[in-house]
Every structure is written in structure tokens, then in C-alpha cells.
Design a protein around this ligand. Structure first.
Ligand code: OSB
Ligand code: MG
Length: 376
């Protein structure tokens, strides 16, 4: 292990990337992403991370604005005062600050890229990843018509994606799922409600059992493990929790209560690699399948997701699409591509394993904040 890492500076860049087509969930529709990139400078190296918060507090209470505030005023000052030995050491410095997991994750991600480079290892091997290729699926937003959804299902299946996830909400659920299932009786199919229902919808949700779904993701409120357990008891379809699982304690509680039988792990939602690895390990011992979720990340967040998904416990296809599924041009090169067998290759170069297109990032930068050791 190389010597401890002394952070010289933290640079934040906000860039706007238009989406190739709007993405609609039960929260609403987005047509671009304000991407929050975070770069840590140390020992002549730069490590990159991404804060996956959205502009509005819908998926989570965090926003681009809260993350900027929390990182500039609290998290960055906490990591530039003394050398950091490893991920545990970093996590300990961030842990006094309550919540703000996406902000913390941005720092953990950039730190792990740095640490991997300093050790001449790929990020995947640094965290103990073993898979050389990871299986991927695609998340399809709510469409204006069923035929336009079917057209997208067909397109992504023909590109090789191994699992189709449909975003659902009241009014865009049973009939739509029935139609997709009728056209594709054999595919791995799942749905994601992003908390659009309550336990009063139990009879309605129970009808999803007819469609042989791989899972139903986050049907109820983010903080409602109790009602998820009640719903799981009624349904044959496995519930997968996304928004509810904010750290390993919540994961333990959810498994203890039988609130879910599958967990979606997102590094941003859980505060970074330390918690993501702990949840992965916990689920391994409980025989609970996990998969890697996505947040419409740029290539930097996407590269981190690929590294995470290379851990053995990630047995279900992740929401890790090709860069071209969302963006005309990505901030990394080469762009992430999905092979015809529905897998993405895990780089074995040091760090993230992709080139960062700094010229492109600079050109797109709308806000730049630099925090250096001496300014603090
Ligand atoms: O709930 O998984 C989700 C995107 C933004 C916010 C929440 C979610 C999603 C997705 C898309 O489903 C996943 C991706 O392809 O990045
Ligand atoms: Mg989800």
C-alpha cells in the first residue's frame, strides 16, 4: 500500500449534459442532467468522482445545491487537514456529518480513484472485484403511448440488454406491463415505481404477480419499511428496495423485517464505497441478490458503477447502460459500450480505467469551485 494521501485541493465542476431523449419517472420528466463532478488533487494525481444528486429534491432530499454547500463548507475542510490512510479513515472523517450521502459519495468515489492510481491498480481490483464483464439491463421511462414503449423494449433487447425495467406509476402500470409481457413472454422484466403507491394500493399491486416479474422496485415511500414488509407478505413478486436503503443499518433492518428480497445498491444513495461494500457483504451472507442501480450518471459515475458491479455478489443485471443510451457525447473516452451479449467490460487500467475528457468538461463548465488546503 502506498503512503497516505494528502489532499491538496478539491475541485467541483457543474456541467449540463442534454439527454438524448427525456426520461420520465413517477417524479416527473427530465431532459438534461446538471452533472456534478468532483476532482481530488493529491500527490500530483487527480481522482474523479460524481455527485448524483438531481436539481430538485424528488428522488432524495439532496440537490446539486445542498451538495455544493455541504462539500464546500463541511466535507472538504474535513479531508484536507491531515493525510488519509484508506477508505475506512476517509469514511470516519465524513461520518460525523449527518446524511448528505450523495455529497459524501462524491468524495469517496474521487478518493478511491486516487487511491487506485497511487497503487497502480484498477478500481475494480482495489475493491476486490472479480468479474471481467458485468451484465447490464436498461431502465425505460414512462412513455406517452404503449407502442412507443414497445418500440424501445425491442430496440434495447436487440442491442443485447439482458433485463428490461419499466418505470410505472398509477395509470401507467398493469395494462402496460401486460402488453410488454404479452409481446415478450420470456424476457427478464421488472418494474420501478419510485414510491408512487401506498399500502392502500395493495390489491392493485398484487395483480403484478400475474406477470412473472423479476422484481418490483420501491413501490412505497422511502421511509416505510413496515408497509413494504406487509406488501411483501402479500405478494409473490420479490420487492427490491432502492430509495429506502440509505446505509447498511437500513439494509439490515429491511432484511430483518422482510421488507424486500432484493437490494439495488447505488454508491450515491448509500454515501459511497464503504457502505456499498458493507451492504454487498451483508446481502452475500443473507443470500439476498444485489444489483447496481444508476442515476443517469455521466461516464465518471458510470465507470464507478462498473467497478462496483464487478464484485461477485452483483448477480442481477445492473442499470448500467451504454453512454450513448443517454448522451450524445460522454466526458470519458472511450465511451461505455454494451456488447451484443448484454455485458460491459471492466477496465483493468489503473484507477477508473477511462480517459477524462478535460477539454470537453472545461468547455461545458457552468460553475467551478476550487477549495485548496491553504484557503481553509
Ligand atoms: O429509481 O433507479 C431509479 C434514474 C434516476 C433516478 C432514479 C432512478 C433512475 C433510473 C435510471 O431508473 C437508471 C440509469 O439508467 O441510470
Ligand atoms: Mg429505482
Amino acid at each position: 500500500m502506498a503512503t497516505a494521501i494528502k489532499i491538496d485541493g478539491v475541485e467541483i465542476r457543474l456541467i449540463r449534459l442534454p439527454l438524448i431523449e427525456p426520461f420520465e419517472t413517477s417524479f416527473g420528466k427530465v431532459d438534461s442532467r446538471l452533472i456534478f463532478l468532483l476532482c481530488l488533487e493529491a500527490n500530483g494525481l487527480t481522482g474523479w468522482g460524481e455527485v448524483v444528486a438531481s436539481e430538485e429534491p424528488l428522488y432524495s432530499y439532496e440537490t446539486t445545491g445542498t451538495a455544493l454547500h455541504v462539500i464546500r463548507d463541511f466535507l472538504a475542510p474535513a479531508i484536507v487537514d491531515a493525510p488519509i490512510t484508506d477508505l475506512d479513515d476517509l469514511a470516519k472523517r465524513l461520518s460525523p456529518f449527518r446524511g448528505h450521502n450523495m455529497a459524501k459519495a462524491g468524495i469517496e468515489l474521487a478518493f478511491m480513484d486516487l487511491l487506485a492510481q497511487a497503487n497502480g491498480k484498477s478500481l475494480s481490483s482495489l475493491i476486490g472485484g472479480e468479474l471481467k464483464r458485468v451484465a447490464v439491463g436498461v431502465s425505460l421511462g414512462i412513455q406517452s403511448t404503449v407502442p412507443s414503449l414497445l418500440e424501445r423494449v425491442e430496440r434495447y433487447l436487440s442491442l443485447g440488454y439482458q433485463r428490461i425495467k419499466l418505470k410505472i406509476k398509477p395509470g401507467w402500470d398493469l395494462d402496460v406491463v401486460a402488453e410488454v409481457r404479452r409481446h415478450y413472454p420470456e424476457i427478464l422484466l421488472s418494474v420501478d415505481a419510485n414510491s408512487a403507491y401506498t399500502i392502500n394500493d395493495r390489491d392493485h399491486l398484487k395483480k403484478l404477480d400475474d406477470f412473472n416479474l423479476l422484481m418490483i422496485e420501491q413501490p412505497l415511500q422511502n421511509d416505510d419499511l413496515m408497509d413494504h414488509a406487509r406488501l411483501q407478505e402479500l405478494m409473490n413478486t420479490r420487492i427490491c428496495l432502492d430509495e429506502s436503503i440509505t446505509n447498511q443499518r437500513q439494509a439490515k433492518l429491511a432484511l430483518e423485517l422482510d421488507s424486500c428480497r432484493i437490494i439495488n445498491i447505488k454508491v450515491g444513495r448509500v454515501g459511497g464505497y464503504s457502505e456499498a461494500l458493507a451492504i454487498h457483504d451483508l446481502c452475500g451472507t443473507r443470500k439476498i441478490p444485489v444489483w447496481c442501480g444508476g442515476m443517469l450518471e455521466s461516464g465518471i459515475g458510470r465507470a464507478h458503477n462498473i467497478a462496483l458491479a464487478s464484485l461477485k455478489g452483483f448477480t442481477l443485471p445492473g442499470d448500467i447502460s451504454a453512454s450513448s443510451r443517454y448522451f450524445e457525447r460522454d466526458v470519458i473516452s472511450p465511451a461505455v459500450t454494451v456488447a451484443a451479449d448484454g455485458t460491459v467490460s471492466v477496465p483493468d487500467l489503473p484507477g477508473l480505467g477511462f480517459e477524462i475528457d478535460l477539454d470537453f468538461i472545461k468547455r461545458l463548465t457552468e460553475t467551478r469551485v476550487h477549495i485548496s488546503r491553504k484557503e481553509l
